[in-house]
Design a protein around this ligand. Structure first.
Ligand SMILES: Cc1cc2nc3c(=O)[nH]c(=O)nc-3n(C[C@H](O)[C@H](O)[C@H](O)COP(=O)(O)OP(=O)(O)OC[C@H]3O[C@@H](n4cnc5c(N)ncnc54)[C@H](O)[C@@H]3O)c2cc1C
Length: 324
């Protein structure tokens, strides 16, 4: 069985499939630590992913699985208090029915200077570069392999999971996939633990501060159809300025580096099985700004589709979908 992609989606799917006893071979153009997933700030928060009902379900499942990893001593999955900040009154998040209680979600007044409205909550924050290595190591312990290859077409295998992120645009000939560029700065952590996220995006500019173990990720940008992979100096200066205004303790923090990732956006996540000439093709891509947040929920559904097919035979695969 081949999984194409070693981002958080490909590796999470590969792990669930390997745990179920499938021999898994991951094919990836980039090392796990060099994917968009390793650039992500790693905050559990549904953002720029659709459809809302499925996203809430996948996010809730992932929340549970992150809690379990945290409890079992993962060094890359943290549990952190934080604030969602708003300048205008904001509706309760759409995922609150499923995760509100678990996260301790509650409305707060004047959470930060300039923000009269907000929510306080406690959610997982994933140290993504470290987590990507942890996922890859776990998969190898389960007997899975990770091989480097940039593919022009999906491999002719009996079971293929397409978790190629933005690469699915070409591999699945899907023009509805598009990049949303995100730039972040990574700083030394001056001792922060709590995260902040301004949810009122203006002109593709975001402000968030995500302390991890020994670094802090500050962001950011969300620029649609922008494929520049190099960090932009002016944008970096703006990101630092906005973050320092929100958290003055960052003023003296050393800048480690700036990073750019291209979020694999799509009008809706594509999580669906279709029969292929060789057997079964399961698509799992288009997670936009929430791939980390949705990873284990989606991986569980991918495993379900594969198990359905292997039990029912090829006919079981016809147009099964967990998407919209
Ligand atoms: C700045 C920024 C901040 C973010 N913050 C968060 C956050 O706080 N929380 C959150 O949940 N999400 C966040 N995201 C979104 C998250 O990073 C993505 O949703 C997630 O990484 C998507 O994972 P993926 O595995 O689908 O794609 P990717 O990580 O891009 O992985 C795609 C994989 O497919 C492989 N591939 C592609 N094409 C080919 C090919 N032709 N042949 C072989 N292999 C191929 C690649 O090499 C790679 O291994 C952020 C994104 C950015 C850019």
């Amino acid at each position: 069985m081949h999984v194409v992609g070693a981002g958080v989606i490909g590796l999470s799917c590969a792990i669930r499939l390997a745990e179920a006893g499938f021999p898994v071979d991951v094919l990836t153009a980039d090392a796990p630590e060099d994917t968009t997933s390793a650039v992500a700030g790693g905050l559990w928060l549904p953002y720029r992913a659709e459809p809302a009902d499925q996203v809430a379900r996948w996010a809730a499942r992932t929340f549970d699985d992150f809690l379990a990893l945290h409890r079992h001593g993962s060094t890359s999955v943290l549990l952190r208090d934080g604030l969602l900040l708003h300048r205008e009154p904001a509706q309760r998040p759409f995922w609150a029915d499923l995760v509100g209680e678990l996260s301790g979600l509650r409305r707060v007044a004047d959470p930060a200077p300039g923000y009269p409205f907000g929510y306080a909550l406690r959610v997982p924050v994933v140290d993504t570069p470290r987590y990507q290595s942890e996922l890859a190591a776990h998969l190898r312990r389960l007997g899975g392999r990770i091989r480097r290859a940039r593919l022009d077409v999906l491999p002719p295998e009996a079971i293929v999971v397409n978790a190629a992120g933005l690469g699915a645009r070409a591999l699945a000939a899907d023009p509805s996939v598009y990049p949303v560029r995100g730039q972040v700065a990574v700083l030394d952590n001056p001792g922060l633990t709590d995260w902040l996220c301004d949810e009122d995006e203006v002109d593709g500019l975001l402000t968030y501060v995500l302390p991890r173990r020994d670094d802090v990720v500050v962001g950011g940008t969300a620029q649609e159809n922008d494929e520049r992979c190099e960090p932009d100096r002016e944008e970096a200066a703006g990101i630092l300025r906005r973050a320092q205004a929100l958290v003055p303790a960052l003023a003296d923090a050393r800048l480690r580096w700036s990073r750019v990732g291209l979020r694999p956006a799509r009008p809706a996540v594509r999580l669906e099985a279709q029969p292929s000439p060789d057997g079964l093709l399961v698509h799992c891509y288009g997670h936009g700004g929430a791939g980390v947040t949705l990873s284990w929920g989606c991986a569980a559904d991918v495993l379900g589709l594969v198990l359905d097919w292997t039990q029912d035979g090829p006919t079981g695969a016809s147009a099964r979908s967990f998407g919209a």
